[in-house]
Write a protein that binds this ligand. Structure first.
Ligand code: GLU
Length: 451
């Protein structure tokens, strides 16, 4: 989350934002039972654990972690584990809810979940992180499981972390095929080929499809497009490299050390090599520094926020000059910023569609693990492409359908005694929510409310 003070008073609690997004969408689903609405907005379960570890320097340090299962109607909980100093229960609640809607948008048979441990990996050693992971997973116990809740990487966690998750769970469940308990594992421990770059690749596929569908006037492909990418972790760096391979000119990138700019285009191989060697892109040869605020305000064709939540807000949305915002991160745009960008005709490809490539290939990994198979990378990518294109088309079609039937929807609301302002046209986020909430509610009703 950003630490920048917002001069305009705006709610920045991620769970409040997730609830607001949900309630906005529900207005376009007048048939939804109010009890079902209340159920779908709240998480099914929140587990908070506190535990000590002995760090490499011999100190005992305590940590707090959360795991939220937001909804399991469509399948086991699915979602990453993040390590970050700003992790809170409400952040994890929001991220878990976004996973429910994300899995429904791309139509993979999972519910939504998320986990996080409040810690600063920059100040911890590898063995500290291994102990934190093991204690966290062991305290969650059977709240995780291949058919219960399946973690994956997120901010500051990676395949190595997932190997520890797997190993800890396998120690607790000897004699079983435990591989499907976690995804994003190293390839030689049951990880899927293509998983490491799947989120960034999915961002590319969704963006290309949206452009080909004419979402941005005068920009039908990434060939020759200028792009700024905020965040150079797994998602941002992969997306930047793949966008460059698709013919785009990456003029700016950034990470915790600050931003780098080159109007002629940044050499992605050099940037990734420096990140791998030094940990940050600070001082990248052939580029000049740029502040985070200025990067977001660049006059580019495509802006890819791929860092953390609340980056585009009420107080800086007016400065955005990009023609298209493509969300690699979860929750980078606040509702007030969504409204401001929509009013200015800048489409936002929402996180729950745009960054769903990661969980899509997580699903493929889970299937491979159950079947003891390893699919070729080309097959994984081809299946990912098909999923992302279908989901992008479905969101765009839902937006057109809703915006073409506003009067009808208003009439249905009136018939059901639902008051409030007349419905206005929806942006892509609300369309994606309507699609997702409709799918989850539909399955809940088909299953029947138990008992
Ligand atoms: N953490 C990723 C996300 O936010 C991936 C989740 C997963 O693969 O389960 O979508």
């Amino acid at each position: 989350m950003s630490s920048i003070e917002a001069p305009v008073q705006e709610e920045l609690n991620p769970f409040a934002i997730a609830q607001e997004q949900f309630h906005t969408a529900v207005r376009y689903l007048p048939d939804l039972d109010p009890g079902l609405v209340d159920y779908l907005v709240r998480p099914e379960r929140l587990i908070t654990v506190e535990f000590p570890i002995e760090t490499a320097d011999g100190q005992v340090q305590n940590f707090v972690g959360h795991r939220v299962l937001h909804n399991s109607v469509r399948g086991p909980g699915k979602g990453g584990i993040r390590f970050h100093p700003d992790v809170t229960a409400d952040e994890v609640r929001a991220l878990a809810a976004w996973m429910t809607w994300k899995c429904a948008v791309v139509d993979v048979p999972f519910g939504g979940a998320k986990g996080g441990v409040a810690c600063n990996p920059a100040e911890l050693t590898e063995s500290d992180l291994r102990r934190i992971t093991r204690r966290f997973v062991s305290q969650l116990g059977d709240a995780l499981g291949p058919f219960v809740d399946v973690p994956a990487p997120d901010v500051n966690t990676n395949a190595r972390t997932m190997a520890w998750v797997y190993d800890t769970y396998a120690m607790m469940h000897p004699g079983e095929n435990n591989l499907p308990v976690v995804t994003g594992k190293p390839v030689d421990i049951g990880g899927s080929l293509g998983r490491a770059e799947a989120t960034g690749r999915g961002v590319l596929y969704a963006c290309q499809r949206a452009l080909a569908q004419g979402l941005v006037d005068g920009l039908d492909s990434l060939d020759g497009a200028t792009v700024a990418v905020q965040g150079f972790g797994n998602v941002g760096a992969t997306a930047a490299r793949l966008f460059a391979e698709a013919g785009a000119r990456i003029v700016a990138i950034s990470d915790v050390s600050g931003g780098r700019y080159n109007e002629e285009g940044i050499d992605m191989d050099a940037a990734i090599a420096l990140r791998d060697e030094a940990g940050v892109v600070d001082g990248l040869v052939g580029t000049e520094p740029i502040s985070n605020d200025d990067l977001l305000a660049l006059d580019v064709d495509v802006l890819v926020p791929a860092a953390l939540e609340n980056q585009i807000r009420a107080d800086n949305a007016d400065r955005i000059r990009a023609r298209f915002v493509v969300e690699g991160a979860n929750g980078p745009t606040t509702p007030a910023a969504d409204r401001a960008l929509y009013a200015r005709g800048i489409p936002v490809l929402p996180d729950i569609l745009c960054n769903a490539g990661g969980v899509t290939v997580s699903y493929y990994e889970w299937v491979q693990n159950h079947e003891n198979e390893q699919w070729d990378e080309d097959l994984v990518n081809a299946k990912l492409l098909a999923k992302m294109e279908r989901a992008t088309d479905a969101v765009i079609a839902t937006q057109s359908r809703l915006n073409g039937t506003l009067a009808d929807l208003d009439r249905q609301r009136g018939e059901r005694g639902l008051n409030g302002e007349p419905l206005g046209p929806v942006d892509l986020r609300t369309a994606a929510y309507v699609l997702a909430v409709g799918r989850v509610a539909g399955v809940a009703l088909q299953r029947g409310i138990w008992p």
